[in-house]
Design a protein around this ligand. Structure first.
Ligand SMILES: [Zn+2]
Length: 188
């Protein structure tokens, strides 16, 4: 994700997390909750920000697949948050998406290459997002975090050396929490 320039039309407060979490971050706090995938134009913006615009066609079926993958990932992250491991429902959901595709390795003129093959084109973005989640699990499930601010539903992958990142954005959620503590003391 980091080598991809976000689409300038992208309205989300947090952009650039690994693909699986970036998909979760298409929802962010508001009343009602903001959802970039609520309409096809937002879906197109997401594909562009995620660097997938060239590989994935904008189609209703693709949006439905992506929403399904997002639900599955949300459940999986919730499991990690509450019990530290994935429950059977999350595992079945993730495998359900993964069954739509596979990696094919090949030796090309420039060396080894990898191709993702999906059974139906609309599953490509969803499959890539869940595949990315597996990579994150490999790197450390404990680094997959939801922002510690109670009103914030954004997720990030904590790559800090001490593993103690708490906020999606220190300047926003970290300072809001600090201010809340400060006022709380004032009233006491
Ligand atoms: Zn936050």
């Amino acid at each position: 994700m980091t080598d991809v320039m976000a689409d300038p039309r992208d309205p989300r407060p947090l952009i650039g997390e690994p693909l699986a979490l970036d998909l979760l971050n298409t929802r962010w706090s508001g009343t009602p909750v903001n959802d970039l995938l609520a309409a096809p134009d937002g879906y197109e913006i997401w594909l562009s920000s995620a660097g997938l615009a060239d590989r994935c066609r904008v189609a209703d079926s693709g949006l439905a697949a992506l929403r399904e993958a997002r639900e599955t990932l949300a459940g999986a992250v919730q499991d990690l948050d509450t019990t530290g491991e994935l429950g059977p429902e999350a595992v079945a959901g993730l495998n359900g998406v993964l069954r739509h595709g596979r990696l094919r390795r090949e030796l090309g003129g420039q060396g080894p290459t990898e191709h993702v093959e999906v059974d139906r084109a609309e599953w490509l973005a969803a499959w890539l997002a869940v595949d990315d989640f597996l990579d994150l699990l490999d790197q450390g499930a404990h680094r997959i975090k939801q922002c510690a601010h109670e009103a914030c539903i954004l997720h990030f992958f904590d790559t800090s050396q001490n593993g103690r990142r708490r906020w999606c954005r220190m300047a926003v959620c970290g300072n809001r929490a600090k201010a809340a503590r400060h006022y709380g003391k004032g009233r006491a």
